[in-house]
Design a protein around this ligand. Structure first.
Ligand code: GLA
Length: 680
């Protein structure tokens, strides 16, 4: 288990470094990420270089037995670069330039930026590739953070090249983008632009391709640096830190190129859905490279500086959040950062070693946690069979479904997390994957709001059902092709046959009111005010057994051509029409379709039935409210996130103490790792 933090020694005089190293040992730090924002120190002028200080820091760390995750320092170019080479600078959609003075102000498409970054990385790689302290490489930092999209001349040129590679000729581009609409036809490549400021709705296929292009630009920057490091003979793992479900970067397409997935996670202590949302993030990271551990590359020891209000964590919350990462596949826990900054925009951000010193709760908790993690026996690798449920979450779909001009406005991540929440509450392990990665290791696949469905994804979902899996799709799924165009013949053109349903119309409902949303999140008092959900926000549907469920967002008008109707809309624009259907296949596989977004009780009811049909069991049955479990091979992690003590029974022995776990009362924030005979 690796343990440590970002270390920014260049912010401190050298005599502090010795104290740092001593304290790191006290806190059981094994590894630090070094040099992430050091470019202006390493290359103070265009022609001068200074590696001596870095040699000295690495030497001190090495002597103390602390490993280095060496950063390539390319995330924040020095001021001299913007002055000498303004073509490295990013530009917004209105043409305004982003200048230095903060960080991450460069265009990833700029050939000059890439050349200067390559020069720096070459020097670093040649100098440190064989240094025994260097255990890993940290390329750039949080690609796309702060500047998810940019529109410089360099981006424009690169975008045209990217489109030429994707489509070949201008005629193919016109076809893919549907430019016969609104006189948008392009005669030559020079007319093609990034989606710059325009008076009204822009071409959705162009917007979608710009998302793809930007994500590919960050990946190209990563690949260029990775190749330089490898060419210098480095054999350590190479990574770049991700940010969970970060919309601009298609991590599912990046993952194959990254040796070990590393993630930054900053849950808001005020988020009422925090444990669910962080569990989702950890599972998403685990699913990027199934069967392989990942590293939590950054979390805060306590408050951050960048929210409107930056509240502290509760006592024990840091350890509980750490246990959640470990239980869901992390083999290393790191913080931003080691020592709290004295100056700069992040001086109020917490750190392992706070400004107020070692008498603090933060230091005591972080150093105790280091000791605890060091005492853990080696954990099993996460296993393929840990999760039998695949929840489909797809970046291209995310970009496309949140384009404007749709029947309603959808927050794809929130909606998918609600489906995830119903599984999480029941203690069911979930893989979070694009449709192509649903496979026969899964028994149940859930694909909500899969508006953009690629041919390969549809083929994988169909194969899954035909080989005996249980699939639940909808609502608003299988509507457009990879270029955001309707498929000819209507909707559900790919999954319709397997589902046995046709889709006549979407019948969007008014968006749930703020109060209704707060109720779903468990933060509102019912009957609290004027904007209580009106009856038109939702519809009611009746299941055959007499249960009534509620749905929001859509009440789709469905034809159950070759499917059993499990529930019918009772109210709303599709009253009397099918709301939930199932087609049972000869293989034993089942294809369910739901024409609305069930409310939390409805989701729980639908998930309960799906789990039953797919014979998927939770890690532990009947969990008390607020208690979470996860499986990692034969280790079960249990955490009480709730405000009161809760009793849980798990057969097995506790990893840290070797004692029988049995039936145990867990205090709020208490957790345990239990070696257990339970299997999936
Ligand atoms: C990000 C960055 C860090 C730091 C933290 C603060 O994760 O990678 O450098 O700015 O945010 O929360």
């Amino acid at each position: 288990m690796l343990y440590g933090a970002d270390y920014n020694p260049e912010q401190w005089p050298e005599h502090v470094w010795d104290e740092d190293v001593e304290r790191m040992r006290e806190a059981s730090v094994t590894t630090v990420s070094l040099g992430i924002f050091s470019w202006s120190r390493l290359q103070p002028t265009p022609t001068t270089w200074d590696f001596d200080w870095l040699d000295r820091v690495i030497g001190k760390l090495h002597e103390a037995g602390i490993g280095v995750n060496l950063a390539t320092a390319t995330a924040s170019p020095p001021p001299w670069m913007s002055v000498e080479h303004p073509d490295v600078l990013a530009v917004d959609e209105n043409g305004a330039t982003y200048w230095h003075g903060s960080r991450q102000h460069y265009s990833p498409a700029s050939p000059t930026y890439r050349r200067l970054a390559a020069q720096l990385v070459t020097k670093l790689a040649e100098r440190y590739a064989h240094h025994p302290a260097v255990v890993m490489w940290h390329v750039n930092n949080e690609y796309g953070c702060h500047l998810p999209s940019e529109y410089s001349d360099a981006a424009q040129t690169a975008f045209r090249g990217w489109l030429q590679k994707r489509y070949g000729g201008i005629a193919e581009l016109n076809d893919a983008w549907g430019t016969a609409f609104w006189s948008q036809r392009y005669g030559q490549w020079e007319e093609v632009m990034p989606p710059l400021k325009a008076p009204y709705s822009r071409n959705p296929a162009q917007l979608l391709d710009y998302h793809r292009f930007m994500s590919d630009m960050w990946l190209e920057c990563y690949l260029a640096e990775r190749d330089i490091i490898r060419a210098a003979g480095a054999t350590q793992p190479i990574s770049t830190n991700m940010m969970g479900a970060f919309k601009p970067g298609n991590y599912q397409s990046w993952a194959p190129h990254i040796d070990v997935i590393t993630d930054d996670c900053y849950p808001d202590p005020l988020d009422p859905q925090r444990p669910r949302n962080t569990a989702f993030q950890r599972d998403l990271m685990r699913s990027l490279k199934p069967g392989t551990p990942w590293l939590l590359m950054e979390q805060a020891t306590d408050a951050v500086n960048w929210r409107r209000t930056n509240v502290s964590k509760q006592d024990g919350q840091l350890a509980a959040e750490t246990a959640q990462s470990v239980g869901r596949g992390a083999d290393g826990i790191f913080y931003f950062q080691w020592r709290q900054s004295r100056a700069g925009a992040e001086k109020f951000h917490s750190a392992m070693l706070p400004h107020a010193g070692t008498r603090t709760r933060t230091w005591q908790e972080a150093s105790a946690l280091g000791g605890q993690l060091a005492a853990l026996p080696e954990l099993p690798q996460p296993k393929d069979e840990d999760a039998r449920v695949a929840l489909v979450f797809d970046w291209e779909n995310w970009w496309a479904i949140e384009n404007p001009d749709h029947p309603t406005t959808l927050d794809y991540l929130s909606l998918v997390r609600e489906w995830y929440g119903a599984l999480h509450r029941r203690g069911v392990m979930v893989d979070i994957v694009p449709p192509e990665q649903v496979s026969d290791r899964h028994h149940l696949a859930i694909a909500p709001f899969l508006y953009l469905l690629r041919d390969e994804g549809a083929a994988a979902l169909t194969r899954f059902v035909e080989s005996g899996g249980v699939l639940c799709a909808g609502p608003f799924s299988d509507i457009v092709d990879a270029n955001d165009r309707f498929r000819l013949g209507g909707f559900l053109q790919q999954l319709g046959p397997v589902l046995g349903v046709g889709l006549e119309d979407f019948r969007a409902l008014p968006l749930p009111t703020a109060t209704a949303i707060a109720e779903r999140a468990g933060t509102a008092e019912i009957d609290s005010g004027g904007d209580h959900p009106s009856s038109s926000d939702h519809v009611e549907l009746d299941l055959a057994d007499g249960t009534t469920l509620r749905g929001t967002h859509f009440a789709e008008a469905l034809w159950a051509d070759d499917a059993e109707v499990l529930a019918t809309f009772r109210t709303g624009p599709s009253a009397t029409r099918p709301a939930l259907t199932r087609r049972v296949h000869e293989s034993g596989g089942q294809a369910w379709y739901v024409g609305t977004m069930p409310d939390p009780a409805g989701l729980d009811a639908v998930i309960g039935r799906l789990l039953h049909e797919a014979s998927v069991a939770p890690v532990i049955e009947n969990l008390p409210e607020g208690v979470e479990v996860a499986r990692r091979g034969d280790v079960v992690t249990v955490i009480n996130h709730g405000p009161t003590a809760a009793t849980v029974s798990i057969p097995g022995t506790e990893l840290l103490t070797g004692e029988e776990f049995g039936s145990r009362e867990l205090a709020p924030q208490e957790f345990a790792f239990v070696k257990s005979a339970i299997t999936s």
